[in-house]
Design a protein. Structure first.
Length: 429
């Protein structure tokens, strides 16, 4: 299928008047999205071809090591093109996203207007409904202005995108509660401005007291502190080489519920779900009593705090430095057991060689093994559907002839730039 897709892409891209793959002109079918799709199709076709043993030039076909290196170089160049087109598509996608986020904000305002109109049937229109709509319009206008200012970085979502170009779970949860509190205060301010009786004004001011809003204030304070603390924790752990981070091409909604590798994360999921449930309860309380801060029950507030503590503990526990456990000589079928010599392949066994999110060929090709003073780039060995080398627990590289015989140290440098421990081996002549 990949070969057929690559052929169709080549036919479509060969016509007159088509744009180059690096074009970023919005939704143009020959723009960044099309360029990235074609690059991926061509890379997959090339990988499957080499994995099945086809496409090797006669000059290197007679040598296993030469053919492996040639295939690895070809795939590395193709993977670099895929990564470049992927980054271009991500930037173009972010540039288009701000209009969608602004439309979503005003769509939510329209839904609120419809809900207000439907619930006013029979009950009548009240000042609280008017102030609620005015607060929604003011909030929407502020968000739209922010989206316009950050239109190159995703609009409204710009503050939620982390340094690794993924949506941050802690920031998203905190942003939801902050927006709710801002909207609530605007509603109360509108009602206070419209109140004419002194008793009514005193009642509205009393509604802002801690007697009613202590639970909401506590939850907002904790989750905002968690958002700041998580950023600090991640930054310190990355600089200390205790956590490996790979930048994504673009943010995705799934980032809120998954880890960097795209696997479902229990800590992130429970934090989002419990935070959303508590926020929905607070919204209902505000709708029932719009004259005061929502009195979030302490039992529900405590549940949110426990969820936040679980999320923070998971951030402290995740990651870890890659570790080399052992280095052995690779023995071919029919070969005799022997010491490690220059030209032999060595197998490096350990854990954590492939960071989460670094399963792409471009990231795998950046792995390096230091053997003494020589830096050896890890060759990509394709198989149907992926790569057999490197893996998270196993890396195979040849010992170059430039390595001096004697005791040398072996160390792996991952795609995230993190160095493993050093393991000594003996290299004989």
């Amino acid at each position: 299928m990949a070969v057929q897709e690559a052929g169709r892409s080549a036919v479509r891209g060969s016509g007159p008047g088509t744009h180059e793959g690096g074009c970023t002109c919005g939704d143009c079918p020959h723009g960044a999205r099309e360029g990235h799709r074609r690059a991926v199709a061509e890379f997959l076709a090339k990988r499957e071809q080499y994995a099945s043993g086809r496409g090797l030039p006669p000059a290197v076909a007679h040598s296993a090591s030469a053919s492996r290196q040639w295939v690895s170089d070809e795939l590395t160049q193709s993977a670099g093109l895929v990564a470049e087109r992927g980054r271009a598509e991500g930037e173009a996608w972010l540039g288009r996203l701000w209009r969608r986020t602004a439309a979503a904000v005003w769509g939510a305002t329209g839904v609120l207007l419809l809900a207000q109109a439907l619930t006013a049937i029979g009950a009548g229109w009240t000042v609280a409904r008017t102030t609620g709509l005015i607060a929604a319009v003011l909030t929407g206008a502020a968000l739209t202005a922010a989206a316009c200012l950050h239109r190159a970085r995703g609009g409204v979502l710009a503050p939620l995108i982390g340094e690794d170009n993924r949506l941050s779970t802690s920031r998203a949860v905190a942003a939801g509660w902050v927006l709710f509190v801002v909207y609530t205060v605007l509603v109360l301010a509108g009602e206070l401005a419209a109140a004419s009786a002194r008793g009514r004004r005193d009642a509205l001011l009393a509604g802002l007291g801690l007697a009613h809003g202590a639970g909401v204030v506590t939850v907002v304070a904790v989750i905002c502190g968690i958002a700041v603390l998580v950023r600090r924790v991640v930054g310190v752990r990355v600089l200390g080489q205790r956590l490996q981070k790979i930048r994504a091409d673009r943010p995705r909604a799934a980032d809120l519920l998954t880890d960097d590798a795209g696997r479902g994360s229990f800590a992130d999921t429970q934090y989002v779900v419990i935070g959303a449930v508590a926020l929905a309860f607070a919204v209902v309380r505000l709708a029932r009593r719009p004259d005061r801060l929502p009195d979030l029950p302490w039992s529900l507030a405590l549940l949110v705090l426990v969820s936040a503590a679980t999320y923070l503990a998971a951030k402290y526990a995740e990651g870890g430095r890659p570790v080399v456990l052992s280095v052995v000589r690779v023995r071919e079928a029919g070969d005799l057991d022997a010491p490690i010599r220059t030209g032999d392949d060595i197998e490096i066994r350990g854990v954590g060689f492939v960071p989460p999110g670094a399963q792409t060929a471009d990231s795998l090709s950046r792995m390096v093994v230091r053997i003494g003073a020589v830096h050896v780039h890890v060759p990509l060995v394709p198989v149907i559907g992926g790569f057999s080398n490197p893996t998270d627990t196993l890396v195979t590289v040849p010992v170059p002839v430039d390595v001096e015989p004697g005791r040398v140290e072996v160390q792996v440098v991952t795609a995230a730039g993190v160095e493993t421990n050093r393991v000594g081996i003996e290299v004989t002549e």
